[in-house]
Design a binder for this molecule. Sequence first.
Ligand code: TYD
Length: 147
Amino acid sequence: MNVRWIEFKDIVDKRNDERPMGHLTPIEGLKDVPFEIKRIYHITRVPENTIRGFHAHKALEQVLLCLNGNVKINVSDPFSKEIFVLDNPAKGLYIGPGLWREMYDFSPASVLMVLASDIYTEEDYIRNYREYTEYAYEKSKETANKI
Ligand code: TYD
């Protein structure tokens, strides 16, 4: 599956008196993430036991970072599934196109930030799981035919 961790810089500056100053993580489009960042959104104040997502994107690429707290993400296609725990603001999860995702176990006060390769369009979403599996099978056949 086209999903992987990206480790960003975690800059921990100390000034002259050696007191810690906190962490700074810069993220540049096309350099730290493999696409131009056209949209950023964040998800906050998620009530306990909420599961979000339940969709795939046809073309959109995303990087997800949990800036505070932690959250789990189940990424799957009809052939495999992986669960990722996001709990580090300097580590992003890249999710390529065509993968189903579900986000759950949002800790209280968690902040999930998403960097996206394109602006919002509902046409890029597949929200019906049956439709998604048919789409993913077709895509995998196309890929197999090209080899
Ligand atoms: P959705 O992507 O389904 O959220 P999640 O995957 O976290 O459950 O989006 C939820 C709602 O917000 C949906 O009505 C579409 C809207 N939305 C926008 O208007 N703009 C955006 O950039 C995003 C991501 C969602």
